[in-house]
Design a binder for this molecule. Structure first.
Ligand code: SF4
Length: 262
């Protein structure tokens, strides 16, 4: 069955070595998002997805079929892919080509995530964790209030799934303090892979943030190291939570620090 037309594919990158570490992947960009993160690099895709032409799935499928021998899988990103009703059908079509799937999500649709995981349609999930897990901090970083419980549920769902997953946090000067990140490190506990990404001011959704100076790379690495040390120093797992399109994306993904707790 073809994917529903409700899946509006707004961008297609045939080959990426960055979006699924260790894998050669194509990337599909879906429009629209329920967050308004002030540091978002894909503002156009979030704010005005209809300004971008919807790409033909038949054309993309033909390209994937042609190159699948060189690909490990497909990354589905956004925007927020789980907002699209036809996502499961789209994934089934891609898996029918013999390709694996990584899903990027902001974690606000745990029921969708749970369904996809339950159907064994996902091989890897990368979920954003925008800020410490308290309502005010999260709303400030996400640009929308009222989603934290859903994000916590998605975290629990991922932890219980057995599917490899990565958590991602973009460090934004003026939005995150070191204490914020240490708090978040304690909340996430020592187990997940956690990528810290260095904020890139160019093209930020909030025009005021475009004037911010990016964090010095050495300072960023030093901060990442201090946070990693704090995570490795945990003697007990922290309690479980209760309850640019391509060019910009490439830049952001090149500046990450991987925090892998042992
Ligand atoms: S950073 Fe991600 S979650 Fe935030 S507005 Fe942009 S696409 Fe949505």
């Amino acid at each position: 069955m073809p994917p529903s037309p409700s899946v509006e594919i707004k961008g297609f990158l045939e080959t990426s070595f960055l979006d699924w570490p260790g894998q050669v992947a194509s990337v599909l960009f879906l429009g629209g998002c329920n967050f308004r993160c002030p540091f978002c690099h894909n503002a156009g895709l979030v704010l005005s997805p209809d300004a971008f032409p919807t790409l033909s799935w038949d054309w993309i499928k033909a390209r994937l079929s042609r190159f699948k021998g060189w690909l490990d899988g497909v990354v589905i990103t956004g925007g927020e892919p789980t907002l699209h009703q036809g996502l499961g059908l789209l994934i089934e079509e891609i898996r029918g080509l013999g390709l694996r799937i990584k899903l990027d999500t902001n974690g606000t649709r745990p029921s969708v995530l749970s369904d996809l995981l339950g159907q064994k349609l996902l091989d890897h999930v990368a979920m954003d964790v925008k800020a410490p897990l308290d309502d005010l901090a999260y709303a400030r970083a996400a640009g929308r209030a009222g989603y934290l419980d859903l994000v916590k549920t998605s975290l629990q769902t991922l932890k219980a799934s057995g599917v490899p997953y990565t958590l991602r946090t973009t460090i934004v000067p003026g939005l995150h303090t070191e204490d914020d990140l240490l708090t978040l490190a304690g909340q996430l506990g020592p187990h997940p892979d956690w990528l810290l990404q260095r904020f890139q001011p160019d093209h930020a959704l909030d025009p005021a943030l475009r004037l911010e100076k990016p964090m010095d790379p050495d300072d960023f690495q030093a901060l990442a190291r201090r946070i990693e040390d704090s995570r490795l120093g945990l003697t007990l797992p922290a309690p479980a939570p209760t309850n640019s399109f391509p060019s910009e994306e490439r830049t952001a993904m090149q500046e990450v620090a991987s925090l892998v707790a042992g």
